[in-house]
Design a protein around this ligand. Structure first.
Ligand SMILES: [Mn+2]
Length: 392
């Protein structure tokens, strides 16, 4: 039986109803139990957790023999996807497994220095090798994504035909149901989860400089350098331990953040001059057209983090960036928020997307002009939510 987590459901003067849910591994079903607890003293509940750990012991038994393992990250891999897949790969290699990382497509230049990056297969570019690795694997680990469609159409089809089991380690909401799962939407990054996975296996002493470097990178990028709300004291303790085990924090920050090309800075300048602000909705957005991207020699990853400039405005709690993508014939969207306003829900409701409460993505079929009109038309509906989302 997996771990049980509790959600507070109802309170009255003298009792509360608690609902626990767990996965029953043998039957693969969700079991829900309710208990009424009477109390005489109040305790303020400061956090509720939604964590799923499924099939952990069975997975360990499976991994007690040397296996062929493929580790997959999501399409357009970011620091957390690359750090977690490569960190887990180094760990599994030390455990005697033969491990291959396969990512759907290209990842930004500022992540290519990560240890092990050179042995990664790109599914779109090294398709034969990738297919072969997947076909020959005993198990596939899915890292930093919650649903198979996040790897893109072609790779999704390959994974859907996979005959062995999947294991997922991820922190996005509403994960697909796979056989082995470690899901926790309250943890800041998949890299922190990989650390905790290694910890659950009592293997922290196997963390060497390579593993520490990979995991540090993903925690750093997914927390905006340890500043988002998801950053906890535990995150800092883990970061401290990773430094003790060889992660060079100054070098990692420099490699990731101080690697701008001249074109990227000019593109940022263009993005900032396209910024539009709607004070009555505490909202701001940025646009970038394909022509503007071309003009400044756009490279993969150049627009990463640009949306955060819109959110950095005083009094703004909701920020978006709309980026024209002629290749896919869509507008790519990133959303960010401060406080209670859930951009995950907003992206799910209106833009075929999702993610986390304060950071999510989506897509739109149409032109930049059309998405601006659509987006602006939605704002009045959310006026109250936006105005009460965050108090400084
Ligand atoms: Mn992540």
């Amino acid at each position: 039986m997996a771990k049980i987590h509790l959600l507070l459901l109802k309170t009255s003067e003298q009792s509360l109803v608690i609902r626990g849910f767990m996965f029953n591994d043998s039957k693969n079903q969700l079991v829900i139990k309710e208990n009424k607890i009477n109390f005489t003293k109040y305790y303020k509940i400061v956090s509720s957790r939604t964590m799923i750990l499924k099939g952990f012991d069975e997975l360990n038994t499976f991994l007690s023999k040397s296996r062929n393992i493929v580790i997959v990250g999501h399409r357009n891999p970011d620091g957390d996807a690359m750090g977690s897949t490569l960190g887990l790969k180094h760990y599994f290699s030390k455990k005697g497994h033969s491990t291959t990382v396969v990512v759907p497509n290209e990842y930004p230049d500022f992540l290519h220095w990560l240890p092990g990056s050179e042995s990664t297969y790109r599914f779109d570019w090294q398709n034969t090798q990738s297919q072969k690795a997947i076909k020959n694997s005993d198990i596939i680990f899915l890292l930093d994504f919650n649903a198979l469609h996040r790897v893109g159409h072609d790779m999704q089809k390959t994974l859907e035909n996979y005959s062995n089991e999947f294991a997922m380690i991820d922190h996005h909401q509403q994960p697909d149901n796979v056989k082995y799962m470690y899901s926790d939407v309250e943890i800041c990054s998949t890299c922190q989860m990989v650390y905790q996975f290694i910890e659950m296996n009592n293997d922290l002493d196997l963390i060497d400089e390579d593993i520490a470097t990979c995991l540090y990178t993903g925690i750093m990028t997914d927390t905006g350098s340890f500043r988002f709300r998801s950053t906890t004291s535990k995150t800092h303790r883990i970061i401290a331990d990773l430094i003790d085990r060889g992660a060079q924090n100054d070098k990692i920050h420099n490699n990731v953040y101080d690697a701008n090309s001249y074109g990227r800075l000019l593109l940022l300048g263009q993005a900032l001059s396209n910024l539009q602000i709607f004070p009555e909705y505490k909202t701001a957005f940025i646009t970038l057209t394909e022509a503007e991207k071309k003009k400044f020699d756009f490279q993969k990853g150049d627009t990463e983090g640009v949306v955060n400039y819109a959110l950095s405005l005083k009094e703004i709690v909701f920020a978006a960036i709309f980026i024209e993508d002629v290749e896919q014939n869509i507008i790519k969207i990133s959303f960010r928020s401060k406080g209670k306003f859930s951009v995950n829900q907003f992206a799910r409701n209106h833009f075929n997307g999702g993610g986390h409460d304060n950071a999510a993505g989506g897509r739109f079929e149409g032109s930049i002009e059309e998405i601006i009109e659509t987006f602006k038309a939605l704002l009045p509906k959310y006026k109250n939510e936006l105005n009460s989302s965050y108090e400084a």
